[in-house]
Design a protein around this ligand. Structure first.
Ligand code: ADP
Ligand code: MG
Length: 350
């Protein structure tokens, strides 16, 4: 993991034999070259990006944790604010990375295991909260989806009023509540899969001295809403357009806040969205952030993948450090390639 306060990683998921069509005409469009590079070769063009960590389809959740997230735990235990985002289009592996499944626990579980071990040795305890940000509204996933509001107190600290906190002492206990909360996330929506990807889910763990309400540190995992530009590119109803606009706004605000954090700017534009407003502390003081951009391997998703990589590269560049990236900005040709109009000089992924 990068030694700076921000680690920017990209994770490619494996091909799904059932859903991803990979042929000579529709090749995998992503290959990774030496260590910190990703090449996107959508038939006609080659795009180079440089990140702190590049995680290919062979890298499991445990290794993602070790390479990108482990130092966040030190920040949490040194009175800090640690944050980990999963960013990418729907179906690219954000929830797989964060939540995982029994055979391959995700970052929530890997982090919780380390946190509980340290808490036990130091006589500390952990409180977990789990909520979602949907449009400009927030809902407590651990309290029957009760509506939440953010308020700034007299000390200029943003509090989420009414957010329930649950004492947890083991990974099993944490997962009991996460599983219940995830069901609420889906149940509150009409079509679970499609619509839960329109909200940001935040799992927060706070460490306290036993018996004290004073927080030692906090870690937040944010499974961001899908970044596909549904609102701009597809026929959709007003509600979906509004959702899309709000998601775009929050992702732009997030980029701006990370930029401010990276360059040590005095003014951080938190107020750009509910997401950045409630995460304000995560960008101030003793804080450390990891962003994991998840991408699909196939050319069918090429356009969204390119968007994801560009955004993430921008975060990387803005966050200070890092090498300059070579980016060919010709999205139009990529779009054309996606539509199959760029056949003559098709190049297979190399
Ligand atoms: P998202 O949350 O970004 O919409 P998911 O995490 O639900 O996407 O992933 C979509 C599908 O791909 C799921 O079936 C998931 O198990 C699978 N998947 C995603 N990433 C990986 C990975 N790195 N390894 C194995 N399977 C993955
Ligand atoms: Mg998901």
């Amino acid at each position: 993991m990068s030694s700076s306060r921000i680690c920017v990683a990209v994770r490619k998921r494996p091909c799904d034999a059932d859903k991803d069509i990979v042929t000579a005409q529709s090749p995998q469009c992503i290959v990774n070259e030496p260590k910190v590079k990703y090449d996107l070769t959508p038939y006609t063009e080659r795009h180079n990006f440089v990140f702190d960590e590049v995680l290919d389809e062979k890298v499991g959740n445990r290794e993602v944790y070790n390479r990108c997230c482990r130092p966040l735990i030190d920040t949490l235990f040194s009175n800090g604010n640690a944050t980990c985002f999963a960013y990418g289009q729907t179906g690219s592996g954000k929830t797989h990375t964060m939540l995982g499944h029994d055979a391959e626990p995700g970052l929530y579980a890997c982090a919780a295991k380390d946190i509980f071990t340290r808490c036990k040795a130091q006589n500390q305890e952990v409180f977990a909260s789990f909520y979602e940000i949907y449009g400009r509204k927030m809902f407590d996933l651990l309290n029957e989806r009760a509506k939440l509001v953010a308020r700034e107190d007299a000390d200029k600290v943003i509090n989420i009023c009414g957010l329930s906190e649950h004492a947890v002492a083991s990974v099993d206990e944490l997962f009991n509540i996460i599983n219940k909360g995830s069901a609420y996330r889906a149940a509150g929506m009409t079509s679970a899969n499609a619509e839960s990807s329109r909200s940001h889910a935040v799992l927060q763990m706070e460490v306290h001295e036993k018996g004290s309400s004073k927080t030692i540190g906090r870690i937040s995992f944010i499974d961001l809403a899908g970044n596909e530009r549904g609102a701009d590119t597809f026929d959709c109803d007003r509600k979906t357009r509004m959702e899309g606009a709000e998601i775009n706004k929050s992702l732009l605000a997030l980029k701006e806040c990370i930029r401010a954090l990276g360059v040590g700017k005095a003014h951080v534009p938190f107020r750009g969205s509910v997401l950045t407003e409630v995460l304000r502390d995560s960008f101030l003081g003793n804080s450390r952030t990891t962003m994991i951009a998840t991408i699909s391997p196939t050319s069918a998703h090429c356009e969204n993948t390119l968007n994801t990589l560009r955004y993430t590269q921008r975060v990387k560049d803005l966050s200070g450090g890092g090498q300059a990236a070579q980016v060919d900005p010709s999205a139009a040709r990529v779009a054309a390639a996606k539509g199959g109009n760029a056949a003559p000089n098709n190049k297979k992924a190399q």
